[in-house]
Design a protein around this ligand. Structure first.
Ligand SMILES: [Zn+2]
Ligand SMILES: [Zn+2]
Length: 141
């Protein structure tokens, strides 16, 4: 992704733009693997050997609060991160915890469920499909 776009996005979200912040955000936007903070640390430290794990954790928190990235919960203790903010949903392999994006317009048009407490406004939702990916299926077969 071009640096100019990233700088504009940071500006729009009121974030100062630092080389490390840009590197972490770029790495996240350019992957579809929904990495953990540790994965991102491994990735970014190839180009920025001086970066610390704490910086990566801290930066992810900042980016998330600013609404530039989102956290995907796969039901394990390690959070996974997603730099793709366009409406989409996830296929999650319960065995290897791989996360694959699902884009299907029909899932973006679900009618809201009954039984929502009055006064509650839904602003966002994600659908998770869980199962076994091809590689894990053939392992257990
Ligand atoms: Zn799998
Ligand atoms: Zn995703």
């Amino acid at each position: 992704m071009i640096t100019e776009t990233i700088q504009q996005r940071f500006k729009d979200h009121g974030l100062k733009n630092t080389p490390q912040r840009t590197a972490i955000y770029t790495a996240l936007v350019e992957t579809t693997s929904h990495p953990t903070a540790d994965d991102l640390y491994q990735l970014v430290s190839q180009d920025y050997p001086m970066i610390s794990q704490n910086t990566v954790y801290y930066t992810l928190g900042v980016l998330q609060k600013a609404g530039l990235i989102r956290e995907v919960n796969v039901g394990h203790d390690r959070a996974r991160y997603d730099g793709n903010l366009s409406p989409h949903h996830h296929l999650i392999c319960t065995s290897c915890q791989s996360i694959v994006d699902v884009m299907d317009e029909r899932l973006n048009e679900l009618s809201f469920p009954n039984g929502i407490p009055s006064g509650f406004t839904i602003t966002d939702y994600q659908v998770e499909f869980r199962g076994y990916c091809k590689a894990c299926r053939s392992k257990t077969a």
